[in-house]
Design a protein around this ligand. Sequence first.
Ligand code: ADP
Length: 319
Amino acid sequence: MKRIGVLTSGGDAPGMNAAIRAVVRKAIYEGLEVVGIFHGYQGLIDGNMEVLNLGSVGDIIQRGGTKLYSARCPEFRTEEGQQKAIEQLKANGIEGLVIIGGDGSYRGSMTLTKNGFPCVGIPGTIDNDIPGTDYTLGFDTALNTVIDCIDKIRDTATSHDRTFIVEVMGRDAGDLALWAGLAGGAETIIIPEVKMNMEEVVERLKSGTSRGKKHSIIIVAEGVMSGSEFAAKLMEHANIETRVSVLGHIQRGGSPTGRDRVLASMFGARAVEVLIAGSGGRAVGIQNHQVIDYDMNEAFEKSEVFDQNMYQLSKELSI
Ligand code: ADP
C-alpha cells in the first residue's frame, strides 16, 4: 500500500483532529502518502481532497471539530453514489481508507471494503455507543463539558432552592447522561436504557427536600424526551416547578481532553498499522486499557450491555 485516505463523517466529536493528525503522521512515518478527504463521503464522491503532509496537521491536536469537516451524505447510501466514490478512489490512487465517525459511517465504509478498498474505522462520537470499544473519541471531552455545566447550574439552583432539569445528548445511548449524572451528583438520571418511573422520580425529589436539600438536578437524555416535556410531566404529576437547561451542541465542541487526545493518537496509529497489514473491514477500539482492532461487523451488533451497576450506584449515592 502506497497511498491511503482519511475522512471524518457523521456527527463530529472532539478528538477527531487529533486522530487525523495521528493517522497522517503515522502513515508518513511508515512511508505512505496520505490524502485528506473533505466533508466525509460527499467529498469522496466529489473528489474534494488533497494530499496532507506533516505540516498540514500541525497545531490541530488541541482543536475541537474536524479540520476535514464532516457531513451526512444521502447520496453515498445509493449504488450510484458508491460507484462515484470508487471511481474517485481509483483516479486518485487511494488504496485504503481510515474512516473516523459513528456506526453509520462504519456501515458506509463496508461497501468500499467489499469493493476492494480496505477501510478501517475509528470510533468518533460523543455518545459512546459503538459496540466493541469501551470508549469512543469525544466521549470524555463531552462528559467533562456536561459536568462543568452541571456544576454551574448547581450554583444557581442552590441559591434559589430550585429543581433543574438538564437535557443532554444521547438518542439511543444513555452513557453521557449516566456518567455525567454520577459525576455531577444528579438526584435522578433518565436514560433510554431504563424505563422511567415518575412515581419514583417524585418520591426521590420529595425525600431530598424533606431532608433539607437545597436543590435537585435531574439529567434527561434527549432520546427519552426533551427537558421541557419532562418538566411538563413533573408539573402535571406532582405540581413540582422546575427550570430547564438544554445543553445542545455545546456538548459536541471544545478542546479535547488529555484522555481523548491520547486515545485519538493511539487509535490513529493502530488504524494505519491495520491498513499496512492489508486488512479492511476492521474497527479500532480500546478494551480493558488495551488498544485493539476487531471485525467491523461486531460494531453493528447493538448488544452492548448497559452498565446496570453504575446506574444503581448513581441512585444509591443520591438519596
Ligand atoms: P454516524 O457515522 O455519526 O453514525 P450517520 O449515521 O449520519 O452518522 O452516517 C454518516 C454517513 O455515512 C451517512 O450520511 C452516509 O453517507 C453514510 N452511511 C450511513 N449508513 C450507510 C449505509 N447503510 N450505506 C452506505 N452509507 C451509509
